[in-house]
Design a protein around this ligand. Sequence first.
Ligand code: DX5
Ligand code: ZN
Length: 216
Amino acid sequence: MAQINPSILSADFARLADEARAVEGADWLHVDVMDNHFVPNLTLGVPIVESLRKATGIPLDCHLMIEDPDRWAPQYVEAGAGSVTFHVEAAAAPVRLAREIRAKGARASMALKPATPIEPYEDLLSELDMVLIMTVEPGFGGQAFLDIMLPKIRRTRDLVARHGLDVWVQVDGGVSASTVERCAEAGADVFVAGSAVYGAEDPAAAVRGLREQAAA
Ligand code: DX5
Ligand code: ZN
């Protein structure tokens, strides 16, 4: 079934606990960690993930847009993340890192920026629980969805199927009522939505709406 992960990047950072409760019923809470080096924006780190973990029952899906994920990703598992995504462009040893994340008890996921192809990483898929396909350049919420990423979503889904793996395919960036169906048709099964959820009058209803559309 389609999973909808609201991104708290579009939430009010002074009211994160309330904002997490506002999307009860969501599958995961997507937490965008940015370090102002890998991307030109700065958001939050380990202590806030620890606090969020205590404030909400929704599992945390941490998306690390940071340099040196080999060093930092394990700390996000220890802070309570249920899933940790590192960017393959930034990882020095992605296989070792995925194994470490899994060994510590979280789902391991690899993200690809728009210009990064999936094919060189085919042999890594068996080490992963999820692949995140960026459908905007990482760094900011509220950007327009890049249609040209749809074939990469399809190729990723096909590779996962060809290897008989249970790897989720997540899309992140510009996912909304007008793009979620195309993502689902292309083979995505996990949908991150920031502005489309937190910009809505009723965020929980927006989550339900996106889930219905993705499943249609
Ligand atoms: C962007 C982040 C996304 C962002 C998505 O770099 O990784 O998770 O919050 O926001 P929307 O859904 O508004 O594009
Ligand atoms: Zn993200």
